[in-house]
Design a binder for this molecule. Structure first.
Ligand code: 6PG
Length: 242
């Protein structure tokens, strides 16, 4: 499948370590080129392992994060202090250990009215992320996880059609099948616009959704991303071949 580079690992820990090493290489290359670097993070269990592995490896390698700007692929509409907050997850496991400066963290304001938070997020990403050839903010990298239903960010199977046409960078998701119910997510078009996409697929119960996503015409949100552009997938699911 030409759009997919699939790297398979025996365990979630091995996956997290490999993804962390690859990302640190990207940050190092951006530093060498004297470029700022913009990344959008996701939430979820594998992300926790990934953040921890990144911090461990960063301590061993002299790589600066001073030029890295942080955004999110999605956020739950909860306060930043809430255990469900994707910002809180990153703040505790990544930003505090790496001493990331506050002006490099462009969080989605889950505590605000969702429509207001989307407007603020739209302006923020437009201010900090240079446009690509389609005049959309072209993030250097978006990290995505995949859910048991093949969702990515907070783009779920049932709403796909409506969301595919949304030309903004962010949208509000109500009644999410994955709690909490209200979320803010990058749109498909915003995801398609990124320079690079890395997807961390980890955890039991995801085989069927992953296989469907890898099929030509696969009818999951991950499948729609794969059909639209190249992606790099780190997976710990067994027996998955392209
Ligand atoms: C979220 C995430 C979501 C997550 C997947 C995978 O805010 O819930 O962004 O898209 O990445 O559901 O989560 P797990 O790694 O925990 O299975």
């Amino acid at each position: 499948m030409q759009n997919v580079e699939l790297l398979s690992f025996a365990t979630a820990d091995e996956l997290a370590r490999a993804a962390a090493a690859a990302w640190l290489n990207e940050v190092e290359a951006a530093n060498r080129a004297g470029k700022t670097y913009s990344v959008a993070l996701s939430g979820g269990r594998i992300t926790q392992k990934f953040f921890t592995a990144t911090v461990e490896q960063k301590q061993l390698r002299n790589i600066s994060f001073a030029n890295v700007h942080f955004f999110w692929a999605d956020e739950r509409c909860v306060p930043p202090t809430d255990p469900d907050s994707n910002f809180k997850l990153a703040d505790e496991l990544l930003f505090k250990p790496l001493n990331i400066a506050a002006d490099k963290i462009h969080r989605l304001r889950g505590e605000d009215a969702p429509a207001t938070a989307v407007m603020v997020a739209e302006a923020e990403i437009g201010r900090w992320v240079p446009p690509n050839s389609d005049n959309r903010p072209g993030l250097d990298l978006i990290f995505l996880g995949m859910g048991e239903d093949g969702h990515i960010a907070s783009l779920f199977p049932k709403a796909s059609g409506k969301n595919l046409d949304n030309s903004a960078s962010f949208l509000v998701v109500e009644n999410s099948p994955k709690p909490p119910p209200t979320r803010i997510s990058l749109t498909y078009k915003a995801i398609f616009a990124a320079k690079n996409i890395v997807i961390l697929v980890s955890g039991a119960g995801k085989e069927a959704a992953f296989r469907e996503s890898l099929k030509p015409g696969g009818r999951t949100p991950l499948g729609r991303v794969i059909q639209a552009r190249p992606v790099k997938i780190f997976s710990d699911l067994p027996n998955i071949n392209l």
